[in-house]
Write a protein that binds this ligand. Structure first.
Ligand SMILES: *[C@@H]1O[C@H](CO)[C@@H](O)[C@H](O)[C@H]1NC(C)=O
Ligand SMILES: *[C@@H]1O[C@H](CO)[C@@H](O)[C@H](O)[C@H]1NC(C)=O
Ligand SMILES: *[C@@H]1O[C@H](CO)[C@@H](O)[C@H](O)[C@H]1NC(C)=O
Ligand SMILES: *[C@@H]1O[C@H](CO)[C@@H](O)[C@H](O)[C@H]1NC(C)=O
Length: 190
């Protein structure tokens, strides 16, 4: 009777142990991996050259399809236009706030049927809070309220950074000015 009881208790103990290991292996790791280790929000401001604002412009069309030109974004959803930018980054949505860094890179409009672009750029920081850079790449379907692009790396304070940045068009003024809210979630921090 006693032996049977001990045997039962032992097998119950091992069964419970198995369950604990099974659940931790199955879900524990995954859930933890999806909690960002760093969360940052910035705005950047793009003033596109339009033939009359050379002094203010922070971006310029540097490539256009044969049916377009480098002053005005082309028809057919700007397909084929390549724009290079050096935009101020601010902590709030005010273009005139003191910049904390520059967003530098390019976008290429890459569909005729709908406004969509491919983005490749860096946030370059040189402020008292942040030094270093964060590198971004990915598809930007502009018509979507929010778009996710990859954080593919970083330097300095953001050494080896990896994660996802959610972009949202915070303002859009007649093809000359737009402002993007950038919500950066890093899942790898050093
Ligand atoms: C250029 O920027 C200045 C200062 O922000 C502003 O007063 C002016 O209206 C801008 N000009 C154009 C053409 O955007
Ligand atoms: C550029 O193309 C636009 C039409 O897309 C046209 O209105 C404008 O006059 C062109 N500008 C130049 C300098 O060719
Ligand atoms: C960063 O800021 C410091 C101090 O203002 C300056 O000496 C340095 O040249 C800047 N570096 C870059 C890459 O802009
Ligand atoms: C478009 O936005 C929706 C929510 O607003 C989001 O679920 C979806 O992933 C977005 N699509 C892309 C391609 O970013």
């Amino acid at each position: 009777m006693v032996v049977k009881g001990i045997r039962f208790a032992l097998s119950f103990f091992f069964f419970a142990l198995l369950l604990i290991f099974d659940t931790s292996a199955g879900h524990g790791g995954k859930i933890q991996a999806r909690i960002p280790c760093k969360h940052l929000v910035f705005y950047f401001h793009d003033v596109i050259y339009n033939g009359a604002n050379a002094k203010n412009a922070t971006s310029a069309i540097v490539g256009a399809p044969a049916w377009g030109n480098m002053t005005i974004l082309a028809g057919q959803s700007h397909f084929g236009d390549l724009v290079v930018f050096d935009d101020p980054i601010t902590l709030d949505n005010n273009l005139h706030s003191t910049p904390v860094g520059r967003a530098q890179g390019f976008y290429i409009y890459d569909r005729k049927e709908i406004f969509t672009a491919w983005l490749g750029f860096s946030f370059v920081f040189n402020s008292t809070e942040h030094k270093g850079s964060i590198n971004f790449a990915g598809a930007d379907p502009l018509m979507n309220e929010t778009r996710d692009v990859s954080v593919i790396g970083g330097t300095g304070d953001f050494f080896m950074a990896r994660g996802v940045a959610t972009l949202m068009t915070d303002a859009f003024e007649g093809e000359v000015y737009f402002r993007l809210r950038t919500d950066i979630k890093l899942y790898e921090c050093w």
